[in-house]
Design a protein around this ligand. Sequence first.
Ligand code: GDP
Length: 363
Amino acid sequence: MGRSSKDKQALEEKKGIIPPDSLSKTAAKKLKNSRLKIPTTAELIDPLLKGDRTALSRAITLVESTASKHQQQAKELIEACLPHANRSIRIGVTGVPGVGKSTFIEQFGTMLASQGQKIAVLAVDPSSSLSKGSILGDKTRMESLVNNEQVFIRPSASGDSLGGVARKTREAILLCEAAGFNIIVIETVGVGQSETAVHSMTDFFLLLKLAGAGDELQGIKRGIMEMADAIVINKADGENIKAAKLAKTEFNRALHLYPPKVDGWRPETLTCSALHNEGIDKVWNLIEGYLKLAKEKSTFQKKRKEQNRFWLLQTIDSRLKREFYEHPKVKKELEKQLELLSENRTTPFAAAEKVLSLAKLNS
Ligand code: GDP
């Protein structure tokens, strides 16, 4: 055995993919193959629809895979699951690292599970795809939820673009719904564009904040107030209570400056202490209030249909852009025009026209 294959074996043993040297080579190979074997669509779909978490997990792995043989199977799975999906409330949770998202979701999930609800927690973590490091994905988070029979937790999908990660997450939502999970929590960290993506795939969008030193509205990212259906000031405990109450008043005042949402909902600010499990029930009551309103006004499905439309157009848009910029003739022409532009021998608009005229390449 060459050095590199020895290293590989040692690594696989460490990861538990194959057992240590004590087993014969054939036995080890057999065991490895059985663990790596991907079940067929038929083998997956039945247990998945019955709520089997292992089948669900494997189905999501297929959806996340970039291998073309997996993509075909993933497509079949999604199609089989579609008639069973859609029966859930999708809740987006965002906030900066350290605000208490995982502590909050842990309490929130435990409370709902004790009421008989089935909760799936998915994460959209742009950092894991862009910097190869993950803010949300580490396994030590939400320890008590992981072992709850009513709960399914999936660390963040990875991918080379937010669009790719968003597609995988949307498909994972469908699979979770088909498996009978009726509350889907999609967590994201308040950096980059990920909130916008998560906002566009959820029914209710929750922004977690901390009470600051007064200037609550300073430094809050533009657009995020408009997206929030509720703001929750976490860590409202101990010496923080007073500041949290002040922050609540200030955020509520700011929220009232916005007109109600298109579905008639008026966002509100609440306080809670995820650590001490205080105020979590009020957040759920608020979400239930939203659901009641959305049902009365029949806006729930309408919003989802709009989201589907958004993702369809968004997917076409990003695919067209990528294919355009990656086309060798476009690359060459773009380089040429940039050169001419730097020498003042063309204008940005004339140069753009030249490059864009290549868009008819495929027709
Ligand atoms: P995340 O990065 O947003 O997921 O934040 P975590 O849930 O990991 O919480 C970050 C830190 O804040 C941890 O040390 C938590 O114990 C602490 N924390 C979370 N919620 C509360 C709370 O309600 N009150 C207090 N005092 N600490 C909290």
